[in-house]
Design a binder for this molecule. Structure first.
Ligand code: 5GP
Length: 191
């Protein structure tokens, strides 16, 4: 897939633990014109995460300063931490001809949809909530109270799925990637 028009803004949301990261990595590997905007966050890095690759990690004061300067397209509190999409990330990627994909929560997605009505919303859902809970617990990257908060958050995320342009059930990564690719191609000016 190559893009002749990089103005598409694609948003991928879904509850924590649903496998968004794996699906997006596979999607990017197969479609080099797509690129994910790196968000800013006040969350602590997980083992193996580095600033400028996974997120721009920063403290609250740094984040607030960017927010006050109007540098975010949107920002939200998610699971007790602040996350935001930097406008500069989108222009940077657009300037090198990329179609930008945002991996953000449903609150953020609704805000972006308001300011960019042409953006396309993709929701990834788990085969079942019990499957999601066991995935979150087995991931082992968060403490149990954090896992409990993410499970509660997942229910809120799921309640927003009706506002999305396409909903994909992540039974297998390959199938999810195929469905998303088909959707992106159907948008017309991405080849
Ligand atoms: P995690 O801490 O697992 O990396 O991400 C937690 C949640 O934050 C995910 O649902 C993810 O989509 C969301 N998120 C990541 N970056 C952003 C952002 O820039 N804005 C918003 N609104 N949500 C984000």
């Amino acid at each position: 897939m190559t893009s002749s028009n990089s103005n598409h803004l694609l948003i991928v949301s879904g509850p924590s633990g649903v496998g968004k990261g794996t699906i997006i990595s596979a999607l990017l590997e197969r479609n080099p014109t797509l690129s994910v905007a790196i968000s800013a966050t006040t969350r602590r890095p997980r083992t193996g995460e580095t600033s400028g690759t996974h997120y721009y990690f920063m403290n609250h004061a740094e984040f607030r300063k960017l927010a006050n300067n109007g540098e975010f397209l949107e920002w939200c509190e998610v699971h007790g931490n602040l996350y935001g999409t930097l406008k500069s990330e989108i222009s940077r990627l657009n300037s090198i001809g990329k179609t930008v994909l945002l991996e953000i929560d449903t609150q953020g997605a609704m805000k972006v949809k308001e300011s960019n009505p042409g953006c396309k919303l993709i929701f990834i859902e788990p085969p079942s909530m019990s499957e999601l809970e066991s995935r979150l617990r087995s991931r082992g990257t968060e403490k149990s109270d954090v896992v409990a908060r993410r499970i509660e958050g997942a229910k809120v995320e799921m309640s927003a799925k009706g506002s999305y342009d396409i909903r994909v059930t992540n039974s297998t990564v390959a199938q999810s990637v195929n469905e998303i690719e088909k959707f992106i191609l159907s948008l017309g000016d991405i080849k």
